[in-house]
Write a protein that binds this ligand. Structure first.
Ligand code: ZN
Length: 269
């Protein structure tokens, strides 16, 4: 036992030296000042994995799920209801009450997914900057942290994959990995479904994915700046109606000036 302790003490100073050599002996230079990026903490001669190892695994899962640095910062606890005016209204509901309802439904959805319950999908509709991506990303962050699998797709990029898949299929090749994941992910986020040039083939593919998920009760979270009518015009009636019949729909709105201030404050919507 003493031998092991000695080895560990030697290892500890070796890690320290290596880290100091690599980065200079300044705690601020390490991603994890606790273990100085070695991944281990050595206490009383015993090594145990540092908490940053879990953080690193989570970061890998978040990146693989499609979350960028910007999206990883979007959390339920920094979703600011006060930036939604209580005195501006959309169809008799204040902007703030609409945002509150959307926020609460996002939390309900997340909790249901964590408990492994079947739940309906959610669609957040509103113009750029209204906070819909923030809610979709907050759902994704929370589910991944609870150990659930999620796939976050930015629709314009995903459409490029679908178009590439068209060529692959004509050449007799398999569907791309990202499309297979879109069919199977326990929760699928489709962010920024907008006005694009949807060819018939792309619309059909989108319908197949949505229908496949619908039949297996696999929920989606969709964000769009299109109204329901525009949605039908863009992605086709069949895909739109399948999407809408499985979704709780939330309209969100924000005052342009408020959005501007909010962005200035660095709070990001
Ligand atoms: Zn560490």
């Amino acid at each position: 036992m003493d031998g092991i302790k000695q080895d560990l003490t030697a290892l500890e100073s070796l890690f320290g030296e290596m880290a100091a050599e690599a980065k200079g002996d300044d705690a601020e230079l390490y991603d994890c000042p606790l273990c100085r990026d070695t991944g281990y903490l050595i206490e009383n001669g015993y090594a145990r994995p540092c908490t940053c190892r879990n953080d690193a695994q989570l970061l890998v899962r978040k990146t693989s799920a499609g979350l960028t640095t910007r999206l990883r910062r979007m959390r339920f606890d920094n979703f600011e209801l006060r930036v939604y005016p209580a005195d501006l209204k959309l169809q008799n509901a204040s902007y703030r009450s609409l945002a509150k309802r959307a926020f609460e439904d996002a939390r309900r959805f997340t909790a249901a997914c964590i408990r492994g319950e079947e739940t309906e999908s959610i669609l957040f509709e509103g113009e750029v900057g209204c906070g819909k991506t923030h809610l979709a990303a907050a759902i994704t962050n929370e589910l991944l942290e609870a150990g659930k699998d999620v796939l976050f797709l930015v629709v314009p990029e995903f459409l490029d994959s679908l178009r590439a898949s068209y060529r692959r299929e004509n050449e007799g090749m398999d569907e791309t990995e990202i499309i297979k994941r879109a069919y199977q992910a326990p929760v699928l986020i489709l962010d920024d479904l907008g006005a694009h040039n949807y060819t018939e083939w792309v619309s059909n593919k989108l319908f197949t994915i949505i229908n496949h998920r619908y039949n297996r009760s696999l929920p989606c979270v969709i964000t769009t700046n299109l109204s329901i009518m525009e949605l039908e015009q863009n992605i086709g009636e069949r895909a739109a109606s399948r999407m809408l019949e499985s979704c709780h729909i939330h309209r969100m709105a924000i005052d342009r000036d408020m959005r501007y201030q909010h962005n200035l404050a660095g709070l990001r919507l």
